[in-house]
Ligand binder design. Structure first.
Ligand code: PMP
Length: 457
C-alpha cells in the first residue's frame, strides 16, 4: 500500500461531484459545449444546481453552497424571496401572457421612474442585451448620427455593436460573425482616460452616443474613476452626444437609484435589467422624456414611417416578470436591501484582505457597492474603494485576471462557496455569519493552495 497523499484541489473537484459530472456528460451531447451561457462554462464540468433559497444554493449531489453568483447579479433580495415568490405564484394562476396591456406594466414603470433619477419614461425589453441594442438605436435615430463610442473592456450584452472591444485584443470582436461595417461604426476608447475620450469625441462629428458601464469595465473589474465619469458627462453634454449608462448590473445595487445616484452623474439614457425584474427575465431603456419620444407614434405618417423607432417584442413587460419586478422593487424602494448588501460586501472584502495579509499572499479583494472582486497570487491592483489614482495603469493587469483563478474557484466550491469566477454579488440575504463562513472558506482554500505550492507566503 502506498503512503496516503492528500488529493489536489483539482483532483478532488473532478471526483467529488458525481451527479454534476454525469449531467454535464449528457448535456454535451445536446447543448454546444454542454452550457447555456459562456460564463457558466467550467473545467472539467460546472456544478448542476437543484435549488436556491436566500443566500444558499444546493447542487444535484446534495451539497450546500453560499452563493455569490446570485443570478448573475439579479437576486439583490436573495433567492426565492417570499414576497417575490408569492407575486409570481399569484400572477401565474392568472396567465403569463395577456396579449394586451396590463395594469402591471404601469405600476412597474412608475416604480422604476420613482427610483431611477434619469427615468422620465420607460420602454420595456426582455433582456439587458435588448436594452442596450434599443438604446443605441434610439440615440442614432434621435441624433441622426451613426457612430458610437464604447469603452475597451466594457460588456453590454451580446448583440453585434457591443461585442466589439470587450476582451483583448480589442481590435478583434469578442465573437466571430460580426461584420467589419459594424466594427467600423464603433469607436473604442480606453476607460478612465479623460484625454483619450476628448480626442475620440473630437475625431468625428458623426457620433450619436457614448455607452458605458458606470461602475467600471466588465462588472467593475476595472472600477470607474468618479472624476472620469464627471468628465464624460460634461464632454458629451457639450457636444449633444447621447450618454448611455448601462446599469444592467449597477441599477438598484449601487444605490436605490443606481450608479447615477451613487456618483451623481445623470445620463441621457439608462439601460436596466437583472434586479429590476425580481429574478425573472426583463429589461428596460429609460431616459429623458425628450429622447424617449423617439419611440412615440404621432398623427404624422411621415414621422411614424421614417423617423420613429418602432419596438415590437413578444415578451416586453410580460406579466410574470412585471409581477416579480414590482414585488422586488417595492421592497428595494425602502433602501434597506441595497444598504445591507453593501455592508455585507464591505465585511467580506475586509475579511478576505485580512486573510491575504495574515497568510502573506500578494493580492487583494476590492469592489464597490455590493460587488466584490478578488485578485490573488500576484501584485496588483492598488485600487481601493476611495483611491483611483492608479486605476489607469492597473487596467491591463485587472482585465487579464489573477493567476490560479480556476483552482481558487474549485477550492472555494470544495469549501462550500460558489463564486462567480473569482468574484461575486452580495445580496441582502447574506448575513454576518454567512460572510464569516465565507472568509473561513477562503482562508482554508488559500492554505491549501499554499500547501500545493501554488501560492507562496
Ligand atoms: N450590460 C451589462 C453591464 C451586463 O453585465 C449584462 C449581462 N451580464 C448585459 C448588459 C446583458 O444583459 P442580459 O444578459 O440580460 O442580456
Amino acid at each position: 500500500m502506498g503512503a496516503h497523499t492528500t488529493p489536489t484541489i483539482a483532483d478532488e473537484y473532478a471526483s467529488k461531484y458525481v451527479q454534476s459530472r454525469q449531467l454535464h456528460h449528457a448535456a454535451r451531447a445536446l447543448l454546444p459545449g454542454g452550457i447555456t451561457h459562456m460564463a457558466r462554462a467550467f473545467d472539467p464540468f460546472p456544478l448542476y444546481i437543484e435549488s436556491c433559497v436566500g443566500a444558499h444554493k444546493w447542487d444535484v449531489d446534495g451539497n450546500r453552497y453560499i452563493d455569490y453568483w446570485m443570478g448573475h447579479g439579479a437576486m439583490l433580495l436573495g433567492h426565492a424571496h417570499p414576497a417575490v415568490v408569492e407575486a409570481i405564484r399569484e400572477q401565474a394562476s392568472r396567465g403569463t401572457h395577456a396579449g394586451g396591456s396590463t395594469r402591471l406594466e404601469i405600476e412597474w414603470a412608475r416604480l422604476i421612474m420613482d427610483l431611477v433619477p434619469s427615468a422620465e419614461a420607460v420602454k420595456f425589453t426582455s433582456s439587458g442585451t435588448e436594452a442596450t441594442l434599443l438604446a443605441l438605436r434610439a440615440a442614432r435615430a434621435y441624433t441622426g448620427k451613426r457612430k458610437i463610442i464604447k469603452f475597451e473592456g466594457h460588456f453590454h450584452g451580446w448583440h453585434d455593436y457591443v461585442m466589439c472591444g470587450v476582451i483583448p485584443p480589442y481590435d478583434t470582436p469578442m465573437s466571430a460573425g460580426i461584420p467589419e461595417e459594424v466594427q467600423r461604426s464603433v469607436i473604442l476608447v480606453p476607460f478612465n482616460d479623460n484625454a483619450a475620450l476628448t480626442q475620440a469625441l473630437d475625431s468625428s462629428d458623426d457620433i450619436a452616443a457614448v455607452i458605458a458601464e458606470p461602475g467600471g469595465s466588465y462588472d467593475d473589474t476595472v472600477p470607474a474613476n468618479p472624476i472620469f465619469l464627471a468628465h464624460l458627462r460634461q464632454e458629451t453634454a457639450r457636444r449633444g452626444v447621447v450618454l448611455i449608462f448601462d446599469e444592467v448590473v449597477t441599477g438598484f445595487r449601487y444605490a436605490v437609484g443606481g450608479a447615477q445616484e451613487y456618483f451623481n452623474v445623470i445620463p441621457d439614457l439608462t439601460t436596466l435589467a437583472k434586479v429590476m425584474a425580481g429574478g425573472l427575465n426583463g429589461g428596460a431603456v429609460v431616459g429623458s422624456a425628450e429622447i424617449m419620444k423617439i419611440f412615440e407614434p404621432k398623427a404624422d405618417p411621415d414621422w411614424n414611417r421614417y423617423r420613429m423607432v418602432p419596438h415590437p417584442g413578444t415578451f416586453n413587460a410580460n406579466p410574470l416578470s412585471a409581477a416579480a419586478g414590482i414585488a422586488a422593487l417595492q421592497i428595494i424602494a425602502t433602501g434597506e436591501p441595497t444598504k445591507r448588501a453593501q455592508e455585507m460586501a464591505e465585511m467580506l472584502i475586509s475579511g478576505i484582505n485580512q486573510v491575504l495579509k495574515h497568510r502573506g499572499v500578494p493580492g487583494c479583494a476590492y469592489g464597490r457597492a455590493s460587488i466584490f472582486k478578488t485578485f490573488v497570487g500576484a501584485e496588483a491592483p492598488r485600487v481601493t474603494r476611495f483611491d483611483f489614482s492608479h486605476v489607469k495603469e492597473d487596467t491591463r493587469t485587472l482585465m487579464q485576471g489573477p493567476p490560479h483563478a480556476k483552482t481558487l474557484r474549485q477550492g472555494m466550491v470544495l469549501n462550500g462557496v460558489d463564486l462567480m469566477r473569482v468574484a461575486g454579488f452580495v445580496s441582502a440575504a447574506h448575513t454576518a455569519e454567512i460572510i464569516e463562513e465565507t472568509v473561513h472558506a477562503f482562508d482554508c482554500t488559500i492554505a491549501r493552495m499554499q500547501q500545493e505550492g501554488l501560492l507562496h507566503g
